[in-house]
Design a protein around this ligand. Sequence first.
Ligand code: BTN
Length: 243
Amino acid sequence: MLFANKIIKFASLDSTQNYAKQLAKQGKPEGTLVVAEQQTAGRGRFRRPWDSPLGGLWFSFLLYPKNLSAKLSLITLISALSVLQAIRKIVALEPMIKWPNDLWIEGKKVCGILTEAGWKAENLAWVVVGIGLDVNNPIPPELRQKAGSLSELSGEKITISELFIEILNQLDVYYARLKAGKEKKILAEVKKYSLVIGKEVLIETSHRFIRGKVIDLAADGALALSTAKGKEKIISGEINLIY
Ligand code: BTN
């Protein structure tokens, strides 16, 4: 078991991600996981603040993937699949994956994933995956249009520990699958639950906007886009669907 006996729990922490990154730099074992009941300085992608009050599930874990340098996107995607399958099993809701790192249900984001990595020369030295899942926590008014919690969407109060354990079980399964080279199987599953394949999108990357239609997921987890200028491969970015 990847996470057995390696869970470090806090009532409150600035950010599980920051803490886990320190542990990664100290070389703590693979699977070490940091979870906090609340975060005072949770952060999302693009340095956005991540609201993390009591009632949500906020955690980060360490991986040292060997020979997977070119497949960092797949680590985010297996994390998304793990949370998705756990939600389907425990809460009976049907999330979709908004590539590369979000889960959405009925037009609302319920989960965000932040994958960060350290490199030694050209090799991946460590990966920290941070998962933020809105479970029973209130959503602040300014985010209510775009974000939702599992309890509000299901109409039930959810037992966080049960959901958490199921996510960890799923992560064990999917990470083993990735290490065993079963990427095709993983990608087929991501496509099955994809919110974006076949859709017109506007993607914001770190330096430009690209408009096009999502045609596929590449073997390394990147997005294949058909644009006015031809085919493009996008490794990371923020997707806006064009309706
Ligand atoms: C995003 O959608 O922008 C990613 C959000 C990731 C939030 C999680 S909560 C646990 C971990 N600690 C953090 O500070 N961030 C991640």
